[in-house]
Design a protein around this ligand. Structure first.
Ligand code: CMP
Length: 171
């Protein structure tokens, strides 16, 4: 299972005043051990930053779940669906008691305006995580891979519908 990803510690790329403004505007939320922070497939448009504790990222299948990562203090998650418009790619649980900042899409939009480097940092993190998930998928049993494949196709259909402004369906 993967652990920390250096690029995902984005606070250190911010100016102190940007960091202060971001944390002042964010909602601070506490989670208990094993509590779900975000559910796979639920489209909630927020990014989480871990202040204390750690979280476990798991991809849910019909039959079983695949552990993807443990993330700790200073790291963020929930950026994939915010950046790509896709559904949440995994379920995230608090490992023990955890304190997180919930940062809305509007806060991120403001930060992207003031700090152009942030787009690159976030995109690199998404690319790294997606590659890691693809590598993990290669080792999955065929039926689980087939399910993931189906989900990816559905996601692409939704993106195409949005992109071309007309309903697209697989036939
Ligand atoms: P999102 O898809 O919005 O919701 C689930 C989150 O889990 C996802 O964003 C990422 O932030 C996180 N995630 C998914 N895969 C990985 C991974 N391999 N390593 C770390 N975090 C991940």
């Amino acid at each position: 299972m993967a652990t920390t990803v250096a690029a995902s510690r984005f606070l250190r790329f911010l100016e102190p005043e940007e960091e202060n403004a971001l944390l002042a505007a964010a909602s601070k939320r506490s989670f208990e051990r094993n509590e779900v922070v975000l559910d796979q497939d639920v489209p909630l448009r927020a990014i989480y930053l871990i202040e204390q504790g750690s979280v476990r990222v798991e991809r849910q299948g019909r039959e079983r779940s695949t552990p993807l990562a443990i993330l700790g203090a200073g790291e963020f998650f929930g950026e994939m669906s915010v950046l790509t418009g896709a559904k949440r790619s995994a379920t995230v649980y608090a490992v023990g008691d955890a304190v997180l900042y919930e940062i809305t899409k509007q806060h991120i939009a403001r930060l992207l305006d003031s700090n152009p480097r942030l787009a690159g940092i976030m995109s690199r993190t998404v690319a790294e995580r997606q590659l890691r998930n693809l590598a993990a998928a290669v080792q999955l049993p065929p039926e689980v891979r087939a399910e993931q494949h189906k989900n990816m196709v559905e996601q692409l259909m939704r993106s195409m519908t949005k992109c071309f402004g007309r309903m697209v369906r697989a036939v």
